[in-house]
Design a protein around this ligand. Sequence first.
Ligand code: C2O
Length: 540
Amino acid sequence: AEVHYHDFVVQAKPVKRLCHTRSIITVNGQFPGPTLKVRNGDSLVVKVVNQAKYNITIHWHGIRQMRNGWADGPSYVTQCPIQPGGTYTYRFKIENQEGTLWWHAHSSWLRATVYGALIILPKKDTSYPFATPKREFPVILGEWWNSNPIDVIRQALKTGAAPNNSDAFTINGQPGDLYKCSSKETTVLPVGPGETILLRLINAAMVNELFFSVADHKMTVVAADASYTKPFTTSVILLGPGQTNDVLIQTNQPAGRYYLAAHAYESGPPNTPFDNTTTTAILSYENQITSTQPKPAALPAFNDTATAAAFTASIKSPRPVKIPGPVNENLFFTVGLGLFNCPPGKTCSGPNGTRFTASMNNYSFVLPKRQSLLQAAEFGIPGVFTTDFPATPPVKFDYTGNNISPSLYQPVKATKLYPLKYGSVVQLVMQGTNIVASEEHPMHIHGYEFYVLATGTGNFNAKKDTAKFNLVDPPRRNTIGVPVKGWAVIRFVADNPGVWFVHCHIDSHLTWGLAMAFLVENGVGKLQSTIPPPLDLPKC
Ligand code: C2O
């Protein structure tokens, strides 16, 4: 196994998109940031030097970080942020994960421009469980704002409204042909005829789940969130923010140019399938005259819930797996939006003069300010958090009904963790609510991978829905979309001590508090990560 050393210099850099030049925060002046390529079993040592004017941290999304929370990265959860002028070195090992993950800033809205691919190749002297592709490309879906994303979220928090929509979706940082001033820089993937191509798809968008397709080429899904899957063929992919899929395509079409395209999946009104809210890149067979118009890619309607649900349900483990059991912790968490009353003397621009918020089990998560949760747990610092996050919602109601009482719209602000015994088997039902709006929530757990036993619509019904659990070959993931007006059930063993963030990967929802954290003790009855913090761990 190898150790890979990298320097990440966080710095501002002017870039031009959609006819505007704006200074963005980058790593090493690159946007998207550098691609990290390692093998399963290798280690990474990344020295982050903060030359920007914002506090920052970097999160290695999906890396398990066994007993190594100090390298996980979410600011005020596992570390204080790296201040301007500061440095911090993340050291971690990749164990039993292969496929595509990614890294991103985990502080305010910096991840809008601070992100990149983290590719994990098979262990030394082993190969893919599928034919070795001739070429492979990261395909990172993102979102671009003409204004500074930090200002976008600050403004939203000030007024209580939802943040302004982004100005473009992007593929590898480029909006593509259908947006103004973007054609010349459209991402091009050069291929030859008769090849197998591996696309490493990552949804790095801030807010939107995205449908993705390739004109005239079917895709075979072979991995999700750096776990191999049972191969299946599809013409459309759905990715929530945070999720990844590895897909194979065969270049078996007439030589030509073909669009790769992505647009939003949202429960709102339908829209036209291929328009200027679609980001594109071009799959270009060699020796093509660059003036030929690429073939358009078909995408589902924006609100095609059936296609979204069918795609999610198609993902399975390649072989039967040993499902952990029996369950020791039966948890039921609601996930959804909420509304706070406007503080007296202020005007708010949320629905009916309120401000947006979000919650799990009616608690809107608040991050500490003077130390991280992991430091507080490690050193027993009192008053930072409590451990009484409820195992079930304090109030039961018709979660997905149409007449939810407005009294349920106001969650309680708190920093509550749920304690888990080392080694306990956890089953978690995540139930979407119709409070304010119904949309899919891509729920992510740090430090863990979990089996997705089932997803469904309506209110989860233990009697009826337990029969739908896939206890044979459920997929292993780190992020699962809780369907619109529906639920998801996951299971995992609490085998990684530390403080692990659980949150919606839609960043507006995270900012509003759609989060909680697990506190997993280390097996000797202590609420510790067991590895002492690195000496260069930043101070608040
Ligand atoms: Cu990819 Cu807590 O995030």
